[in-house]
Design a protein around this ligand. Structure first.
Ligand code: ATP
Ligand code: MG
Length: 506
């Protein structure tokens, strides 16, 4: 073909891709369990479940080299180590690591390639990643599957289904490449912050492994053993030159960061080490110890103040717990009567689900007025207003149900709820308390605010094992299957009366 021919360049690029793709080339796995464990522990604190799962797979590969790689999905809040864990897994097995981000991808062709007839056609992200890896068995991390888009250009999630199906992916066809490529030896790991937006069939194909947020103590441990040494190495300081005692780390964790993971913490430590590096570069030779008092100079004024729980609650207020991107938060549900008003008014940027949960709470309280010792006359001619501060922060989800019922019951009975108790749980109209997510983050948030007693749905009892031992010992938990049990734990005396009253009326 003469080089002036119109598709000379196109054909050449295509052939180059074919020649560059690792059709048969692979790396040999290191199947040494002791080595793998050491590498995994070197890179990450705790996360025992996931490390254990990787070691299991290595053991299987040792016995059966043809074994299929599992398709793992790491789910957890930002900065808890999902991406870096993938890298560490690759290192522990001696495999290449490649990453493709799926966030914001709308077009199926981005994943699977454009046909060569299109101008500017390219292979999809998967084939591109394989080409970069140069072997057909890398650890391939598909980041942010929960942020896949979907529109008229096709549904990338559907294309992912094929990629992640062990029965089909040995002959994966990229539109550009137009030849089957064997993906069956790729170790796929996907990551997501939440599974809510991941299509069901995709979830079914993956093995879900959850990473939870870290407690303050765990963060200090991670900072001391992992983040600080890494930052020191980066700035070229030795551990003798800079010491950051635990109390300083604790201060950084609680006053300069608010997050489930450790990303801000890592930035803050980077800032501290750089400030110290400047001193050494300017000729200082004395070892430096960073005390908590030095932090305002190095990191600026404290950014977060310890949240303190409200000591006294007026009637109509309940202490709820929320799961947020940055971990957990204590959230107060405030309710008040509007004499002469009508209906239910909801404020505080509540999402649709949360508004519905407020309505369900109202209906439950109204319909169980007798049992709860509430005078039904109160409902007539009075409106109701529920507000959930902070007003500017959007909130959603069903898990504030129990707190809403508590706030309303407390309002109508004029008995204040206990201020030392936080609660979370979804409710049904008939009075069941359904399980919720984020137990660890929520419990840690309560503890941070100085609350030591938490009401949880009965079905969440199993999640307590995610909590560090010292936290579990310090806190007391009440498990509720029905709203009445939750109310008994949150509003003094409200539970004993209902039985008598309900009987009395019958
Ligand atoms: N358990 C841990 N031990 C040591 N370092 C950790 C741990 N968890 C997180 N890190 C460190 O925190 C940083 C952020 O982690 P990473 O980028 O993997 O987060 P992520 O979970 O992928 O977050 P995102 O959801 O935002 O992508 C990394 O430098 C990582 O090494
Ligand atoms: Mg990541």
């Amino acid at each position: 073909m003469p080089s002036a021919a119109p598709d000379y360049q196109l054909t050449r690029t295509y052939l180059e891709l074919i020649l560059e793709l690792p059709w048969k080339k692979s790396t040999t796995d290191i199947l040494d369990l002791a080595h793998a464990r050491q590498v995994l522990d070197e890179d990450h604190f705790d996360l025992q479940d996931i490390k254990g799962r990787i070691l299991e797979h290595l053991a299987v590969l040792k016995l059966n080299p043809q074994a299929r790689a599992p398709i793992l999905c790491f789910v957890g809040p930002p900065g808890v180590g999902k991406t870096s864990l993938g890298q560490s897994i690759a290192r522990s097995m001696g495999r290449k690591f490649e990453r493709a981000s799926l966030g914001g991808m709308h077009d199926e062709a981005e994943l699977r390639g454009h046909r060569r007839t299109y101008i500017g056609a390219m292979p999809g992200r998967i084939i591109q990643a394989i080409r970069r890896a140069g072997v057909l068995n890398p650890v391939l991390m598909l980041d942010e599957v929960d942020k896949l888009g979907r529109d008229y250009r096709g549904d990338p999630a559907a294309a992912l289904l094929e990629v992640l199906d062990p029965a089909q992916n040995s002959t994966f066809r990229d539109n550009y490449l137009d030849l089957p490529f064997d993906l069956s030896r790729v170790f796929f790991i996907t990551t997501a912050n939440t599974l809510d937006t991941v299509p069901r069939p995709l979830i079914d194909r993956m093995e879900i492994l959850r990473l939870t947020g870290y407690s303050e103590e765990e963060k200090v441990e991670i900072a001391r053993r992992y983040l600080l040494p890494r930052q020191l190495a980066q700035t070229g300081l030795t551990p003798q030159q800079l010491t950051v005692p635990d109390e300083t780390l604790k201060q950084i964790v609680s006053r300069y960061t608010r997050e489930a993971g450790v990303r801000q913490l890592e930035h803050a430590l980077g800032q501290v080490t750089r400030k110290v590096a400047v001193r050494f570069a300017e000729g200082n030779t004395q070892p430096v110890t960073v005390r908590p008092e030095d932090l305002p100079v190095m990191l600026g004024p404290e950014r977060f103040f310890l949240e303190r729980a409200r000591q006294q609650l007026p009637a109509g207020v309940a202490t709820g717990l929320a799961w947020t991107e940055t971990g957990g938060d204590v959230l107060y549900v405030e309710a008040t009567l509007l004499p002469g008003g009508r209906g239910l008014r909801l404020t505080g940027q509540l999402g649709e689900v949360m508004r519905e949960s407020a309505r369900a709470a109202q209906s439950f309280v109204w319909s169980h007025a007798g049992q709860l010792g509430i005078d039904p006359a109160l409902f007539r001619g009075t409106g109701l207003h529920i507000h959930v501060p902070a007003g500017a922060v959007p909130k959603d989800g069903p898990s504030a149900g129990v707190a809403m019922v508590t706030a309303l019951t407390s309002l109508y009975t004029q008995v204040p709820a206990r201020s030392d108790t936080a609660m979370t749980g979804e409710i049904t109209l008939t009075g069941l308390v359904l399980p919720i997510g984020g137990v660890k983050e929520k419990t840690l948030a309560a503890r941070r605010a100085g609350i030591r007693r938490v009401v949880l749905p009965k079905d969440n009892e199993k999640d307590l094992r995610d909590l560090p031992d010292h936290v579990r010992k310090e806190m007391s938990f009440v498990f509720a299957e029905r709203i009445e049990e939750a109310l008994a734990a949150t509003i003094p005396n409200v539970a004993k009366e209902p039985q008598m009253q309900a009987d009395g009326r019958r």
